[in-house]
Design a protein around this ligand. Structure first.
Ligand code: IPD
Length: 268
């Protein structure tokens, strides 16, 4: 099994190359098709960036699996799977809001979030900042070590969240956030889950939660947050599996989870 740092070198190279492609191609971005709803878009740059990552993995790590947002799953033989979001924050990207990323993670074990081990992750954001982590070796922003272990308590917390693309699901998420808002400092909805998690790692927000994330939305960011000292878990405290991911400093995590349960987050 390769060392996490070795996998991080590959994740960093892939995120940087794909990042350059999407940043350079931003002005030409066009919708290629839609997915779960008419506002859940895929641009031709999502497809081009994922193709680039898949081609490079075929050269660099031909025996590994791939779980990518815009393509078929590849089952590998090495025990490593790459979990790739070629553009996280696609709506921001389409509108020209520079808050999007390429997110690349390497996981070992079964490629299901509740059972995998995240070995390495790299998130290259639209302003060119590189967020990285290797398991057991800390998290970094442009090479600078990140720590975020203390917070102001739930009532003083700046909490990021996000919404899914289907109207019915959003209506329920809206009711939950309306219950949480009066209990915290404020809410942020910036539009890219991978960066939300990096922001918790850096203390740019105190906490983050979201329902219904896909593995590629959170794999790299979850490791970056965890390695910075943030607690990242599902509603039951176990590994996040996409139903509800909660990231907060350890002292605030239970209070946020309890507030979310009280708001009905366990029922959607
Ligand atoms: C989306 C973003 C958004 C989150 C959605 C994700 P995409 O990813 O991360 O912030 O709220 O749940 O699906 O579609 O831009 O790759």
């Amino acid at each position: 099994m390769p060392a996490p740092s070795e996998l991080l070198d590959v994740a960093t190279a892939l995120a940087s190359e794909a990042g350059r492609l999407i940043i350079d191609g931003r002005r030409a971005a066009r919708v290629a098709h839609t997915k779960t709803s008419a506002v859940d878009v895929v641009t031709q740059m999502d497809l081009a960036a994922e193709r680039l990552v898949r081609d490079r993995l075929a050269q660099l790590r031909p025996d590994d699996g791939i779980l990518g947002e815009e393509g078929d799953d590849v089952v590998g033989t090495s025990g490593i799977t790459w979990v790739v979001d070629p553009i996280d924050g696609t709506v921001n990207y389409l509108y020209g809001i520079p808050h999007f990323s390429v997110s690349v993670a390497a996981v070992s074990g079964p490629p299901e979030p509740a059972r995998w081990t995240i070995e390495a992750g790299a998130v290259l954001d639209g302003s060119g900042v590189l967020w990285t982590a290797a398991r057991g070796e800390g998290a970094r922003r442009d090479g600078e070590l990140l720590r975020h272990e203390d917070g102001p308590g739930l009532e003083g917390s700046l909490v990021a969240t996000g919404f899914q693309y289907t109207a019915e699901r959003r209506a329920r998420q809206g009711r939950i956030v309306a219950t949480i808002l009066p209990q915290v400092r404020d809410i942020r909805r910036l539009g890219a889950a991978s960066i939300d998690l990096c922001h918790v790692a850096a203390g740019l927000v105190d906490a983050y939660y979201e329902h219904g994330l896909h593995p590629w939305d959170f794999a790299a960011g979850a490791l970056i947050a965890t390695e910075a000292g943030v607690r990242v878990g599902a509603l039951d405290g176990g590994a996040p599996d996409g139903r509800l991911l909660i990231a907060a400093v350890p002292a605030t995590w239970d209070a946020l989870r309890d507030a979310l349960v009280e708001a009905g987050a366990g029922e959607i």
